[in-house]
Design a protein around this ligand. Structure first.
Ligand code: GLU
Length: 367
């Protein structure tokens, strides 16, 4: 497994199988996989469905197709059950993030979500994301958790997305009616033919939501995020993943996209100031792949705001060695420079980030 940070999307059929509320039947193996990934130093964010399915038995409805407010009430009560169900399989704490499309479209909220996720991961907490079904009206909705998971992979700068449901992967035709149907192990490019395979109305897989999974895969791979569609009800899938095998359908990430952000940072984004670093901080940034902390900053110049790009200069050679997006304005940074990250809150009264420039938002220009 080559990834460093992955989003794992778990479908309702795995969280609350057999129309009988939440159960550990499938998620035990998923939780074990997550724990093993964490132990191997990898970061995992869960996007879990299942709140409506979990709350179904607890809200009287009397209809196979409940109304929207009834479903929202189911989601409200089911979300608690679902979170409790996950937590019992982890020794580390889980946290809950309920978000809507409206939140992801708003730049400020987007950055808040990004910072929250970073801090949770840095504290060994497992973030569990779901759509905020109770408040999501049509225009605020992502609508399905496959696409939500792709957006979460983008906001968290994950390098891998696993979409788990009760189907093995993408088949060339409906395997229920075609015994000769074969699963496609690798999809290099998402073409209209791939959508057609997933979307044909007589395809059982399609009714299981294969179309939204492919949409999600498309969003992810376009942004350089490797994506897998896997059967999360088969525990051998996780053993294979841990051995580096592909037990489902893999969508190959667009490599050019991975470089696009760094390219944009390096060539397009204009810097509005700079910071000079001491020797230790230069070494950490250039040779250790570290984020920039306030402690290594010797001096600051320029009138930049939080979110602007700034240059990173070697205090001794005066050489420009990197640039990146600064989490603090020049005013706030001048108060915390040279200080330990743990002091930020006391000095400024707030601490949106323990790092000044996160590694994901930085490009090293030369050694
Ligand atoms: N947010 C919904 C739930 O938790 C699930 C939506 C989906 O699975 O696509 O029940």
């Amino acid at each position: 497994m080559k990834f460093n940070r992955a989003v794992i999307k778990v479908g309702s059929a795995l969280v609350a199988p057999d129309n009988n509320g939440c159960s550990g039947k499938h998620i035990l193996a998923i939780a074990r996989f997550i724990t093993e990934c964490n132990q191997a130093g990898k970061e995992i964010i869960l996007v879990s469905s299942g709140s409506v399915a979990a709350g179904r038995k607890l809200i009287q409805h009397g209809s196979p197709v409940p109304s929207i407010p009834v479903k929202q009430a189911m989601a409200s009560v089911g979300q608690m059950q679902m979170m409790a169900n996950w937590q019992r399989f982890f020794d580390v704490p889980c946290s809950q993030l309920l978000i809507t499309h409206g939140d992801l479209k708003d730049r400020e909220r987007y950055i808040n979500i990004k910072n929250t996720l970073r801090i949770l991961l840095a504290n060994n907490i497992i973030p569990i994301v779901n759509e905020n079904d109770t408040v999501a009206t049509d225009e605020l909705k992502v609508g399905d958790n496959d696409n939500l998971a792709a957006l979460v992979a983008l906001v968290s700068e994950a390098d891998c997305l696993f979409i788990l449901s009760d189907i093995d992967g993408v088949y060339d035709k409906n395997p229920k009616t075609n015994p000769d149907a074969v699963m496609i192990p690798k999809i290099q490019e998402i073409t209209p033919e791939i959508y057609a395979m997933a979307g044909s109305t007589n395809n059982v897989i399609a009714t299981g939501g294969m179309k939204t999974k492919i949409q999600a895969a498309e969003k992810a791979v376009e942004n350089g995020i490797e994506t897998y569609i896997l059967n999360g009800s088969d525990s051998t899938v996780f053993e294979k993943l841990l051995k580096g095998e592909n037990p489902g359908t893999r969508f190959v990430a667009n490599q050019a996209a991975t470089k696009a952000k760094k390219h944009w940072l390096k060539h397009t984004l204009k810097s509005n100031g700079h910071v000079m670093l001491d020797k230790g901080a230069i070494n950490a940034v250039v040779n250790k792949g570290a984020s920039l902390l306030p402690s290594g900053i010797k001096s600051i110049s320029g009138g930049f705001s939080a979110g602007d790009s700034i240059d990173i200069i070697d205090g001794e050679s005066k050489e420009r060695i990197a640039k990146g997006i600064c989490q603090y304005s020049h005013r706030d940074l001048s108060r915390i420079k040279g200080k330990n990250s743990d002091q930020i809150e006391t000095i400024l009264g707030f601490c949106p980030s323990k790092v000044v420039i996160h590694r994901d938002d930085m490009v090293v220009l030369s050694k």
